[in-house]
Design a protein around this ligand. Structure first.
Ligand SMILES: C[S@@+](CC[C@H](N)C(=O)[O-])C[C@H]1O[C@@H](n2cnc3c(N)ncnc32)[C@H](O)[C@@H]1O
Length: 246
């Protein structure tokens, strides 16, 4: 079954159910920040309290029974929905990157880059049992043989490892709070990073899907940069925030 795509709309629901109704090859870019299952993967043993765990729980939505099954479910649907020259950008951390990367390759995505986002303002490791995790990743997978890559635009971007006019490094260093305080969602992404991704990997008028919209950062950035979007989010409180923001 197919339906007219609900462009520039935020849909409340489980993305697996919602995406089932989307036609094949209908979206130009998927840009998404799925649950990392942080609590499910790690015991943050606190050496000072003799092994008592710190809670790293972000909310019920971040607790996943089978991470591979969950990632396989949404990534397969994204592959089907993407245009033949479409691409996907998936945020990940050390908690889910192995599962996401392995499944993306099994499905048929070619992994073209893994962008490292280093956050100077990351939280310290409260358990003191390992190094501070200040890096998140963005995995770029392409579906077919070609994809949108605005190389010339990327040359204009400056970063700690990249001077204007030179090839942009895949290591980006900037805080999660750059551009304003985050208080809408426990894992809200800063708009600068979503805007940068859209500028490099999409064109004006493209249709961008975010199946884990959260507080709506992808929608906000799409609106600003003239991209169409579809956002899916299952929690009512975040849908409300996303609609207010975008
Ligand atoms: C990591 S957060 C996204 C945060 C977002 N990038 C932002 O800037 O606000 C992931 C979101 O996915 C939602 N979510 C989890 N499972 C879902 C599902 N099956 N369908 C739709 N949304 C889901 C959660 O409620 C959560 O808000």
């Amino acid at each position: 079954m197919s339906l007219e795509l609900p462009k520039n709309k935020i849909i409340q629901g489980d993305c697996l159910e919602v995406m089932k109704d989307f036609p094949d090859n209908s979206v130009d870019l998927v840009l998404t920040d799925p649950p990392y299952n942080i609590d499910g993967n790690f015991d943050m043993k606190n050496l000072e309290s003799k092994g008592k765990d710190y809670s790293t729980n972000k909310g019920e939505w971040d607790s996943i029974d089978s991470l591979d099954k969950f990632n396989g479910g949404f990534l397969n649907e994204c592959f089907r929905i993407l245009e033949c020259q479409g691409s996907i950008l998936v945020f990940a951390s050390q908690h889910n990157i192995f599962s996401v990367g392995k499944i993306m390759k099994e499905i048929g995505f070619e992994i073209y880059n893994i962008i490292k986002w280093i956050k100077p303002d990351a939280m310290p490791n409260m358990s003191k049992s390992r190094l501070k995790q200040d890096t998140e990743y963005i995995i770029l997978g392409i579906k077919g043989e070609d994809y949108t890559f605005n190389y010339n635009e990327s040359l204009q971007i400056e970063d700690k490892f990249s001077r204007k006019g030179k090839q942009l490094s895949d290591t980006w260093i900037s805080g999660k709070t750059k551009g304003g305080k985050r208080d809408k969602h426990p894992t809200q992404k800063p708009t600068w990073i979503i805007e940068r991704l859209l500028e490099i990997y999409s064109l004006e008028g493209d249709l961008v899907l975010d199946p884990f919209l959260g507080s709506g950062t992808t929608a906000v950035a799409c609106k600003k940069l003239g991209r169409d979007f579809i956002g899916i989010e299952k929690e009512e409180k975040y849908v409300k925030i996303a609609r207010e923001r975008s």
